[in-house]
Structures are given as C-alpha cells and as structure tokens.
Design a protein around this ligand. Structure first.
Ligand SMILES: [Ca+2]
Length: 430
C-alpha cells in the first residue's frame, strides 16, 4: 500500500527537532540546554518544584503544516459515513420493530382484532347452521301434523259425525218413548197406544211416517246441528215420501246462477227451484238415499230414472256426486259412457270451474250449475226452452232420451217440458 506524501513530511519535521526524544530524556539539564540552542523547541524543568519528581516542560515553537487538500474532504466523508451509519441504525431499529409487530409482540391490538373477527364469523356460522337445522325440524313437524290433520279430518270426522248422529237418534228414540209416560205429570194422560211422535223430521219420509199424505212444503231437520229448512214433499209419486231437490216446469226461474246461489238454493218451492247444495248434502248424509229423476217432453212423453244410491259431499269436497245403480225408463244418462259420466264429478258453476274439461268452464258454456264431466250427457239445470232451439245444446238435457241425439231438420234441438229430481230413504216401505 502506498502512503500519501504528507505522512513522510510530518515524520521528517519531528526527527529534525528531536521532539521524538522528548518523552525519553531523563539525563539532565545540560543535554537539554545543548539541544535547545540548535532547535527552537526547548525542554526545561518547572521552576517551583523540588526533588526528583519535578516534571519537565516542553515548549514548541509555532508550527504550520501544509496538508494535501484531499484531507479536507475526509471530514465531510466521515460526516457522511456517520450520517449513513445513523440512517442504517435507524432502519435497523425500524426493521426490528417491524419484526416484533409481525411476530405479534409489538402491537397486540392488530392480531387480536383479527382473531376476534374470525371467532365472530365462526360463531355466526354455527348459529346459522343451528337455525337451519331447527327450521328443517319445524318443517318436518309441520308436515307430520298436516298429515295427521288430514287423516283426522277425512277419517275421524266421519266417525265422529256418525257417532253423534247415532247418539242423537238414540236420544230422540228415548225421548219419544218417554213422551206421555211422566208419572209426575197428572194432567197428561197415560196412553201406551199413542203413536211415537218424531221430535225431528229429517226428511219427507218422516212426515209420511206420521201419516202426512198431501204434497206440499214441510220443515225438515236432516242434521240437528244445523238449522231446519223448508222442503217440498211429493207424497204421491210411486208411493210418496219424496223430498224434492229440483223442479222445472215453466221457465219461471233462471237457472244460470253462480256458486253462491247454487250453494244456498233459489226459486220457489211451489214452482221451479234448486233446493241448494248445502241442504242436498245434509239430506243425503242423514240417511241412505235413492234418487228419482222424472222427465216429460213437449210431446207428452213421461219417463223416469232411478238410482239406488244418492249422496252429495259437502262444499269442502265441491259437492261431489255419488250415484248407485240405474233402473227406469229414461235411460242412464248420468252414467252414459266412459267419457260422459257424471258420477263422482264435482259441482261446477259459471264462476267456479271444477269440471274435467281442461280448455274451459262447462258451467259457463252450458249456462248452468251441474256435476259436469267434460262436459255432459245430462244437464237438468240447463236453460228452459219453450220450443225447439238452435246452437249450443244448453237447454235441459237427458242424453238417453229416445231420439234426442238424432239430427233434426235445420239443426234444431228438442227441449223438455218438465224435469224433477227427488230423494227418499233407501229403506222406505210405503
Ligand atoms: Ca274446466
């Protein structure tokens, strides 16, 4: 390594003046004085000191050294190095702080908050899962209850109704048999031969049973839990005791009606009427009934149809029709064929489509309320025509009537003059 020029210079000056020897001189004043004459630097003892321990004093003349200019920049370089060192130290410290933070020891808040958030999310997820599970359980329970409710409604309600009906019938019998037998009522005559008095007349056959033989309106109570109502009793046709459900004879009553009217009934019991689906349901439920349909055309031909069973369900089941086997002279138009069968069909009105015709409402098309299939082979609630009519066959219709489907000149259709529907208990004996 090559040393700079100013280094050699400084050594030479010290050698000339003998300064390098100053710390080694212990010989005496004489040697020091001799040297002082040749060199401007003087070494001498301190005047106020005694003994051998007195220090020497070295006096040097003013000295000026010429140093190379690069030495001046050394200070700046050193200063710069110090600054850089401070910057490095500062960065190093910052880095250590960063590391501490990253390790989770420097700032406990950061990681703790994150951990809390994760925990909260997990808790919410757990709650959602729990609620979902509970919801599923509730749904299963509701479905189970719904099934049980349906079973209760469809099976047990019928049993309960039959049970109540039986009890009411028994009570009625007991009350009737006790009637007039009260020993604490001296004013009443004890007459064992007195005929049994019905407290409840369920239908026209009960009036027939107590000797009523004239046709007309009577009040019946087919179900004691429901209010009583008036019916027309036919006490003459085929032994009598018939409760009439419907009559057509002169077109005085409009049969193009909505669901509400067919439910409640309409018309005049002495003339033309529909008794009402709720009443028909109660009557057909109170006893096992048979149905008779009487028809008469404008040529004076009268025919009938008998069905050995008749039942109409309640409104909940859309007044579904149930008919038994046919017998009679007018033909089995209610069960005409596989494709035209009114048995087991729901009731349809122009405003309530329960038929089996997918593209429209048979009740609307044929202007009536009836147990339409898709659509009909019989319709006793059709329009009343006083003479032959054209167009849609929306008049009173019985599809098995002799010659009714034969094509007539001009496409005319034959109307009916009279129609009647009535029921009687199956076990009735005139
Ligand atoms: Ca329809």
């Amino acid at each position: 390594m090559r040393l700079p020029g100013w280094y050699w210079l400084s050594c030479a000056v010290l050698a000339v003046c003998g300064a390098g020897r100053a710390y080694n001189l212990t010989q005496g004043l004489e040697d020091a004085s001799a040297q002082a004459a040749a060199c401007p630097a003087r070494l001498e003892g301190s005047g106020k000191c005694e003994g051998s321990q007195c220090p020497f004093q070295l006096t040097l003349p003013a000295l000026t050294l010429q140093l190379p200019p690069q030495l001046g920049s050394m200070e700046e370089v050193l200063k710069e190095v110090r600054t850089l060192k401070e910057a490095v130290d500062s960065l190093k410290k910052s880095c250590q702080d960063c590391k501490l933070q990253a390790d989770g020891h420097g700032d406990p808040g950061g990681n703790a908050a994150e951990t809390a958030r994760d925990s909260r999310v997990q808790e919410l997820e757990s709650q959602v899962n729990k609620l979902s599970s509970e919801l599923k359980n509730a749904k299963d329970q509701i479905q189970g209850l719904h099934g049980r409710l349906e079973t209760l409604h469809l099976v047990n309600m019928n049993n309960i109704e039959n049970y109540v009906d039986d009890k009411v019938a028994n009570l009625t019998f007991v009350v009737n048999s006790l009637d007039g037998k009260c020993s604490k009522c001296p004013n009443q005559e004890y007459t064992q031969s007195q005929p049994v008095q019905h407290l409840i007349y369920k239908d026209c056959s009960d009036y027939y049973a107590i000797g009523k033989r004239s046709s007309g309106t009577y009040r019946v109570t087919p179900d004691p839990r429901n209010s009583s109502f008036e019916v027309y009793c036919d006490m003459e046709t085929m032994g009598g005791a018939w409760t009439v459900l419907q009559t057509r004879l002169d077109g005085s009553t409009n049969f193009t009606r909505d669901w509400k009217d067919y439910k409640a009934g309409f018309g005049n019991l002495e003339r033309e009427f529909w008794l009402g689906n709720d009443k028909i349901h109660l009557l057909s439920k109170s006893k096992e009934m048979i149905l008779r349909v009487d028809l008469e055309d404008f040529k004076g031909v009268s025919l009938y149809a008998l069905y050995d069973q008749f039942y109409v369900a309640n409104e909940f089941l859309k007044y579904r029709l149930h008919i038994g086997n046919y017998n009679g002279t007018a033909g089995d138009a209610l069960r005409f064929s596989k494709h035209y069968n009114h048995d087991l069909k729901f009731f349809t009105t122009p405003d309530r489509d329960n038929d089996r015709y997918p593209s429209g409402n048979c009740g609307l098309y044929y202007s009536s309320g009836w147990w339409f299939d898709a659509c009909l082979s019989a319709n006793l609630n059709g329009k009343y025509y006083h003479q032959k009519y054209k167009g849609i066959r929306n008049g009173i219709f019985w599809g098995t009537w002799p010659g009714i489907t034969q094509t007539q000149p001009g496409g005319y259709k034959s109307p009916f003059k009279k129609a009647k529907m009535m029921i009687r208990p199956k076990n009735f004996k005139p």
